[in-house]
Design a protein around this ligand. Structure first.
Ligand code: TRP
Length: 332
C-alpha cells in the first residue's frame, strides 16, 4: 500500500519560533508514520527579499538541524534543502508560463510584502506562489500542512494543477489540499496577543525563538502582555493575552483549556506567566541542546542532506519528465 504524500517547508530567514514549533514542527513529527512526508528549507523563496549570505547559509543549516531536533527522522521522511533539488526551479518556470498576472496580483501576501519594498519590487516576490506550487506539485502531494496565511497559495496551486490537468491530461498532477491542524494552530505575539507570533517581529520580547536561553524565555513570559481584570479565563476576544498563555500550555501539555483554567481558580496572572514559562522551557531546552549539537557536526548534516536531496530528486524528476513530455519539449 502506498501512503499519501504530505509536504511542508519553512523559510530559513530566521531561527524558527515557538509558534512554528507548536503550529507546525510538533505536529509533523506525529504524521511521519501515517504519510510519506517531505520536509525542506526553502532557500529559493528566502531570496525574494535580500538576505545576508553568511546568515542565510547558517540559518538554512539551522532549519535542518531544527527539523531533526524536533524529531523528524531522515530515515522515514525526506529532508532536504530546496536549492539542492533543481527540479523545483525548473517546474516553477513552466508554471510561471501558465499562471496569470491577475491571479498573482490578488495574493494578499504579495500585497503586504510588496508594500514594504518601496519602488523596486523584486519580480520574485510576485512569482513566489508559483515556486511554492512547483514545490507541492513536483511530489504529487496530497496534503499540505500550512498556517492560515498560506492557504491562499495552496488554493492557487490547486487552480494551476487543474489548469494543467485539463490541458495535458488529468493524471499530470495530484490535487493537493491544505491541511490545517485542529488544535494549537496559532501562537500569538507575547506583546500584542491579537497578532500572530512572528519570526520577523522588531520587538524581540514579542517572540520566543527556539534558540532562546531558559532565562530569556522566562523574561519574555514575565513581560508578556496580559489583559485587564484579574480572573484567569479562556476567552480569545475578551482576554487575548491570558488565552494565548493558556493555549500555549494546552498545546504543550495536552490538557484542554478548560482543565488549565480550572487549575488556576483563585490564582493570579503572575502564576500563569511563570508556569507557562516553565512548560515552554521544558519543551524548548532539549531542542536547543540538540540543535547546538547538530550544528557542530556539519559533516553529518551534509550527509543527511545529500541523501535527502537524492531521494527528492528521484521523485521530482518523474513528475518533471512527464510535464516536459506533455508540453512538447524534446527529450534530453
Ligand atoms: N510559503 C511558505 C511560508 O512562508 C513556505 C513554503 C514554501 C511552503 N514552499 C512550500 C509551505 C510548500 C508548504 C508547502 O510559510
Amino acid at each position: 500500500m502506498t501512503k499519501s504524500v504530505m509536504l511542508s517547508a519553512i523559510q530559513p530567514t530566521n531561527v524558527p519560533t515557538l509558534g512554528t514549533y507548536i503550529g507546525a514542527l510538533k505536529n509533523w513529527v506525529k504524521l511521519q508514520d501515517q504519510y510519506d512526508c517531505i520536509f525542506f528549507a526553502v532557500d529559493l523563496h528566502s531570496i525574494t527579499v535580500r538576505q545576508d549570505p553568511v546568515k542565510l547559509r547558517e540559518l538554512t543549516y539551522h532549519a535542518i538541524a531544527t527539523y531533526l531536533a524536533c524529531g523528524i527522522d531522515p530515515e522515514k521522511s525526506t529532508l532536504f534543502i530546496q536549492s539542492h533539488v533543481p527540479q523545483h526551479a525548473e517546474l516553477a518556470w513552466v508554471l510561471t508560463c501558465y499562471a496569470y498576472m491577475g491571479e498573482l496580483n490578488r495574493m494578499t501576501q504579495f500585497k503586504d510584502k510588496s508594500a514594504k519594498q518601496g519602488a523596486n519590487i523584486p519580480a520574485g516576490l510576485f512569482t513566489y506562489p508559483v515556486l511554492m506550487a512547483a514545490d507541492i506539485l513536483l511530489y504529487q502531494t496530497k496534503l499540505v500542512p500550512v498556517g492560515g496565511d498560506q492557504k491562499q497559495h495552496v488554493e492557487l496551486t490547486r487552480d494551476l494543477a487543474e489548469r494543467m490537468n485539463s490541458l495535458y491530461g488529468g493524471d499530470l498532477f495530484t490535487m493537493p489540499e491544505p491541511y490545517i491542524p485542529k488544535i494549537g494552530g496559532r501562537v500569538m505575539s507575547l506583546q500584542n496577543p491579537t497578532a500572530k507570533m512572528s519570526k520577523s517581529d522588531t520587538d524581540a520580547s514579542a517572540t520566543v525563538y527556539l534558540d532562546d536561553s531558559d532565562d530569556s524565555i522566562r523574561k519574555k513570559f514575565k513581560r508578556a502582555v496580559t489583559d485587564s481584570g484579574t480572573e484567569i479565563a479562556y476567552d480569545e476576544t475578551q482576554k487575548p493575552g491570558v488565552s494565548n498563555l493558556i493555549a500555549i500550555q494546552s498545546a504543550l501539555t495536552g490538557q484542554t483549556p478548560e482543565q488549565i483554567v480550572a487549575s488556576y481558580v483563585g490564582k493570579q496572572y503572575g502564576h500563569l506567566k511563570v508556569e507557562t514559562a516553565e512548560i515552554v522551557v521544558q519543551a524548548i531546552s532539549p531542542i536547543r541542546t540538540q540543535v547546538e549539537h547538530r550544528m557542530k557536526d556539519r559533516a553529518e548534516l551534509e550527509k543527511i542532506l545529500r541523501r535527502g536531496a537524492e531521494r527528492a530528486q528521484a521523485q521530482a524528476e518523474k513528475t518533471l519528465k512527464k510535464v516536459y513530455d506533455r508540453i512538447g519539449f524534446a527529450p534530453r
